[in-house]
Design a protein around this ligand. Structure first.
Ligand code: 6GU
Length: 240
């Protein structure tokens, strides 16, 4: 793992705000510090041959032991980043954010010795169906997703918003000044200032986008009377 990778991102944006408010505490543990030889070896060639290197189980277990010591008795959960893992979702993020302490082990592309998963009692996490060269960017993604869910990190308005994503709908489009950009106009309804009309419009556009871009999010869903009605209107429009 490359500790320098984290310096910039931890000092910016949402994660920085959460840390400054004392709502999130982070520690970067360079795995190399726990190498068992004097050359700082953290990986080795795979048994059975093949390309790439595999992270050594003894090193990982030692570094993990240190991470648990830093947790000072808090209940810790361990995640290992890997494209083979369970995909992170907002539901899982919410569950993880509610935990006391998280240890994130950044795997490298070829992976870590399988025995480390069991030794650490770890869960494997992926952030999507594509391959990163290392788990570090994935760890930052996970950290951002969890930091913004800590109570007090977001303002009230935003956190109410965050709750609305628990509905797993895509957002309606948003606009700001000017109301006419090279002939592209902001939808009238947003300029009129009728709040009930705006709420309904946003709901309709959220449903429309979700239907167009992520129909999978709508399929297994309990729909309110209003949503059903709006979706019917959308479907009639689309059909005609
Ligand atoms: Cl968590 N790690 C790596 N190396 N690649 C990934 C990933 C994680 N999630 C998607 N691709």
């Amino acid at each position: 793992m490359n500790p320098g990778f984290f310096e910039g991102p931890l000092g910016e944006g949402m994660i920085r705000i959460a840390r400054e408010k004392g709502l999130v505490d982070t520690a970067i543990i360079p795995i190399r510090d726990f190498a068992t030889d004097r050359y700082g070896t953290t990986d080795d060639t795979p048994y059975g041959g093949g390309a790439g290197m595999v992270m050594k189980v003894d090193t990982i277990v030692a570094a993990h032991g240190h991470a648990l010591k830093l947790a000072q008795g808090l209940t810790a959960r361990t995640l290992v980043t890997t494209p083979q893992g369970r995909t992170l979702t907002q539901d899982w993020a919410r569950e993880l954010a509610g935990g006391e302490h998280l240890v994130l082990v950044c795997g490298r592309y070829k992976g870590i010795d399988e025995r480390a998963i069991w030794a650490l009692q770890a869960e494997e996490v992926s952030i999507g169906d594509y391959v990163l060269s290392g788990g570090e960017p994935a760890a930052l993604v996970i950290l951002d997703a969890l930091a913004r869910l800590q109570p007090g990190v977001l303002g009230d308005a935003e956190s109410a918003e965050a709750d609305s994503f628990s509905e797993a709908l895509l957002d309606a489009p948003v606009y700001t000044r000017p109301d006419d950009f090279r002939g592209q106009k902001v939808p009238e309804v947003l300029l009129r200032g009728n709040h009930e009309e705006i709420r309904r419009w946003r709901r309709r556009e959220a449903l429309r986008r979700t239907r167009e871009r992520r129909p999978d999010l709508l399929s297994g869903r309990n729909m309110s009377e209003e949503d059903r009605k709006l979706l019917n209107e959308i479907e009639e429009e689309a059909g005609s």
